[in-house]
Design a protein around this ligand. Structure first.
Ligand code: G6P
Length: 493
C-alpha cells in the first residue's frame, strides 16, 4: 500500500492539529518570538513537504486584542500556519482539562490519583462543553481556509469532534483523522463518561488512522461493543456506511538528521562533547516531562545498575534531557518534583566532587536545545534509554537510530512504545516496570560486542530510513483518496 498513485502533484493539504509547529511568546504590542513546538506530531509533520500544506492550530499563547491577533496571524501566515485563538478559560477547560487530564491519561492507561479523578469527574460536563466549543472554533477556521478539492487531515485526541463539525458543514469534504497516541482497550475506554459521542463524531471521517494494528483493533472493538456497530476487516460499518480504519506507522524525516551530521556545526559539537565525556560511556534519555515516559522508572533502573555494578560508577553517565509541557496540570507538577527528588538522591549517592552520574537538563524556552546540539548528542551516545509506560510511537528512538551510523550504539526500548513493533528486531526490549530487568539490560547494552551492535543497528537503520514521515503521509493521503473513490463507486452502484 506504499504507492502514491492517487497523490496529486502538490495536492493541497489542510493539516489541523491542536498545536502549531511553532509556539508564540509576546515580546511587544505587535512583536512575537516563535519557538519550535515539542513532540512527535510536530516533528513528523514538519517532514511532510510533498504537499502544499496549510497548518491550522493553536499558537500556544492567549491573545485577545485585535492588534495582537492580527500581527501574530501575519507572522504565522508567512510560514503557512493559520492560528486558532483560544481564550484562557477554554484553554483551561479544553486543553488542561478534558484533553490532558481526562483523555491523555485514559488513552495511556495512567491512573490518576483518586482525588484528581474525582475532581475531573465533577467538572466533566463543563470540560466536555469546552472541548466541543474549541473543536467548533477549529472547524470555523478550517472552513474559512477550505477550497474545493482540498484534503483535510485532522490530528489527535484534541480534535475528535472536528470531523463531525466539518462534515456537517460540507459532506463532500475529503476528511481523515489520525490518532498520535495509543487507543486503549475497549475495557478501559468504556469507563469514559460520554464515550459514545466521541466515537460517533470520529466515525464521520472517511479514513481513521493509528500507529499500530493493535490500536486500530482496540478502536474497532470499542465501536462494536459500545455502539453496537459492525467491525469488518476494512473498518467499522454503520447501516451500510463504512468508515475505513487502518494502521499507518509514522516515521521521521531521516534525511534531515543524516545530512545534519555532515555539517561543520554538528561535527565540531561532536568533538566538544567527546572531549567533555572522555573516558565514560554516555547513556541518553530525551523525553517530554510526561508521566507516560516512565522517567522515574528509568532513573531507578539506572540507580540499581550503579548499585549492583560498582565498577561502572565512574565510567558511565546518564544525560537526561527533559522538555516540560502542560505545566498547569497538577499531575505534571507532581512528576516534576518527583524527578528532581530522585535525580538529587542518586547524584548525592554516587556523585563525587568532580562529577555526578546524572546530567539532568531541563529544556525551557530560554534554554532550548538547538537541533545541531541534539544531533551531536545522539551521535556520541552509546545507549539510548526509552522507558515509556505507554507511548503512541516514540520518535526519539527513530531519531537516535538515524544518527548512529558511525557509532552503532544500542537502543533500549520499552515494549509499550509503538516503536517496539517496528524497531523491536534491533533494540533490547524491556518492561519498564521491571527495574531489575532494565538494570540488567543496561549492563548488556554497555558490554555488547561490536558485531552484534552492527547487526542490530542495520535492521533499525533500514527501517527508519525507509518508513519515513514522507512515506507515512503519502500512504495515508493516497489511501484517503482511494477510500473516497471507492465510496463514490459504491453509491453509483
Ligand atoms: C504528543 C501529542 C501531541 C502534542 C505533543 C506535545 O506528542 O500527541 O498532540 O502536541 O504531545 O504536547 P503539548 O501538550 O505540549 O502540545
Amino acid at each position: 500500500a506504499l504507492s502514491a498513485k492517487h497523490v496529486r502533484e502538490k495536492q493541497r493539504l489542510l493539516v489541523v492539529a491542536n498545536r502549531l509547529p511553532v509556539s508564540a511568546t509576546r515580546k511587544g504590542e505587535s512583536s512575537w518570538a516563535l519557538e519550535l513546538s515539542a513532540g512527535g506530531l510536530v516533528s513528523a509533520l514538519l517532514g511532510v513537504r510533498q504537499f502544499e500544506t496549510r497548518w491550522i492550530g493553536w499558537p500556544g499563547v492567549n491573545v485577545q486584542d485585535d492588534k495582537g491577533q492580527k500581527s501574530l496571524s501575519s507572522a504565522l501566515e508567512e510560514k503557512g500556519f493559520i492560528p486558532v485563538f483560544l481564550d484562557e478559560e477554554t484553554v483551561d477547560q479544553y486543553y488542561n482539562g478534558y484533553c490532558n487530564n481526562v483523555l491523555w491519561p485514559l488513552f495511556h492507561y495512567i491512573g490518576l490519583q483518586q482525588e484528581d479523578r474525582l475532581a475531573a469527574t465533577r467538572s466533566l460536563q463543563s470540560q466536555f462543553s469546552a472541548y466541543k466549543r474549541a473543536n467548533r472554533l477549529f472547524a470555523e477556521v478550517v472552513l474559512s481556509q477550505y477550497q474545493d478539492g482540498d484534503v483535510v487531515w485532522c490530528h489527535d485526541y484534541h480534535l475528535m469532534f472536528l470531523p463531525k463539525f466539518l462534515k456537517e458543514a460540507n459532506s463532500r469534504m475529503k476528511l481523515g483523522w489520525f490518532l498520535h497516541t495509543p487507543f486503549p482497550s475497549s475495557e478501559i475506554y468504556r469507563t469514559l463518561p460520554l464515550r459514545s459521542e466521541l466515537l460517533k463524531a470520529v466515525l464521520t471521517a472517511d479514513l481513521i488512522g493509528f500507529h499500530t494494528y493493535d490500536y486500530a483493533r482496540h478502536f474497532v472493538s470499542a465501536c462494536t461493543r459500545i455502539l453496537g456497530l459492525e467491525g469488518t476487516p476494512e473498518g467499522v460499518e454503520d447501516q451500510g456506511k463504512l468508515t475505513r480504519v487502518a494502521a499507518f506507522p509514522i516515521g521521521i524525516d531521516s534525511e534531515r538528521f543524516i545530512k545534519a551530521l555532515e555539517t561543520d556545526m554538528v561535527r565540531s559539537h561532536i568533538q566538544k562533547l567527546r572531549g567533555r565525556f572522555a573516558g565514560r560511556k554516555v547513556m541518553l534519555g530525551v523525553d517530554r516531562l510526561d508521566m507516560i515516559k516512565g522517567i522515574p522508572q528509568k532513573l531507578l533502573a539506572f540507580e540499581k545498575f550503579l548499585e549492583e555494578s560498582p565498577e561502572w560508577q565512574d565510567k558511565v553517565l546518564l544525560v537526561q534531557i527533559a522538555v516540560p509541557t502542560r505545566t498547569d496540570v497538577h499531575e505534571y507538577q507532581r512528576l516534576t518534583s518527583q524527578v528532581h527528588e530522585i535525580v538529587g538522591r542518586i547524584n548525592g549517592r554516587f556523585g563525587t566532587l568532580g562529577t555526578v552520574p546524572i546530567h539532568h537538563l531541563v529544556v525551557m524556552q530560554d534554554r532550548s536545545l538547538e537541533f545541531h546540539e541534539l544531533c551531536a548528542l545522539y551521535a556520541i551516545t552509546d545507549v539510548l534509554l526509552v522507558t515509556s509506560l505507554r507511548d503512541g510511537m516514540n520518535l526519539v528512538s527513530y531519531e537516535y537510530v538515524a544518527c548512529q551510523n558511525t557509532k552503532k550504539g544500542v537502543l533500549i526500548l520499552s515494549e509499550f512504545a509503538g516503536a517496539a513493533q517496528s524497531l523491536g528486531a534491533g533494540a533490547i526490549l524491556i518492561n519498564p516496570w521491571n527495574i531489575s530487568e532494565v538494570a540488567a539490560s543496561i549492563e548488556d547494552a554497555l558490554t555488547m560486542k561490536e558485531v552484534e551492535r552492527k547487526e542490530r543497528h542495520r535492521h533499525n537503520f533500514m527501517h527508519v530510513t525507509t518508513h519515513t514521515a514522507q512515506v507515512w503521509a503519502d500512504t495515508f493521503v493516497s489511501e484517503l483518496n482511494d477510500t473516497i473513490v471507492e465510496a463514490e463507486l459504491r453509491t453509483l452502484r
